[in-house]
Write a protein that binds this ligand. Structure first.
Ligand SMILES: [Zn+2]
Length: 216
């Protein structure tokens, strides 16, 4: 049998644990969850630059920098990658991960290539259908386009609509945007994208854009 004092202590403990559990749960709910999807990987190199760099490596570098920089911020977002190494993940598994993590947004990162060596600039894609998340995706896409042009100096090729699987797979679930950061077939852009200093800078710009988007 417990004494009255022991029961009071037990009750206080229960209240305390319950409060801290609720607080943790609340903090978790208030966290913004972002899934960054570095395109390609493994056997799929993506585009190959005029300087020999692989798209899969550039986008993974930038994604890893996003994780590193976010983790040293005062109020970091919950950011996950669809891949953390040079491995090929199916598109379906990429979107499934975003669903499982209850992502607030998915940002798929790619680099472009063209037969025309003069083609340059950033393109931002959103799904070409309509859903509850179309407006949010469009807002983020225009924001990305504006800031890439202003802060990175990438020529703006516009926000485009496409039926890409990685975008379509999330149309009922969360906003999803795919960015083509520049052309690996363009000498200056390939040089810029292959430079790790610039990867860090691009990562920082993307974090700033996400912060602004979620108004943190
Ligand atoms: Zn790609």
């Amino acid at each position: 049998m417990y004494t009255l004092n022991q029961i009071i202590v037990l009750l206080l403990c229960l209240v305390f644990f319950n409060l801290s559990y609720t607080q943790n749960e609340k903090d978790q709910e208030n966290k913004t969850t972002v899934v960054i999807d570095p395109g390609h990987g493994g056997l799929d190199s993506g585009a190959i630059g005029v300087n020999g760099v692989y798209e899969k490596d550039i986008v993974l570098n930038i994604a890893m920098e996003i994780i590193r920089l976010n983790n040293i911020m005062e109020n970091p977002m919950e950011i996950y990658l669809t891949r953390y190494s040079d491995t090929l993940i199916s598109i379906r598994n990429r979107t499934e991960l975003a669903k499982k993590l209850k992502a607030d947004v998915l940002l798929s990162i790619h680099c472009n290539a063209s037969r025309n060596p003069k083609a340059e600039g950033a393109e931002i894609y959103i799904w070409d259908g309509e859903s509850d998340f179309s407006r949010a995706s469009i807002l983020l896409a225009y924001h990305l386009q504006r800031v890439f042009s202003k802060k990175i100096g990438l020529k703006s090729r516009g926000v485009k609509f496409a039926n890409f699987q990685v975008l379509r797979g999330l149309y009922e679930f969360c906003p999803a945007v795919l960015v083509e950061l520049g052309f690996l077939s363009h000498f200056d852009e390939a040089t810029f994208l292959a430079d790790k200093k610039y990867s860090s800078y691009i990562a920082l710009v993307i974090i700033e854009i996400l912060w602004k988007y979620f108004e943190k």
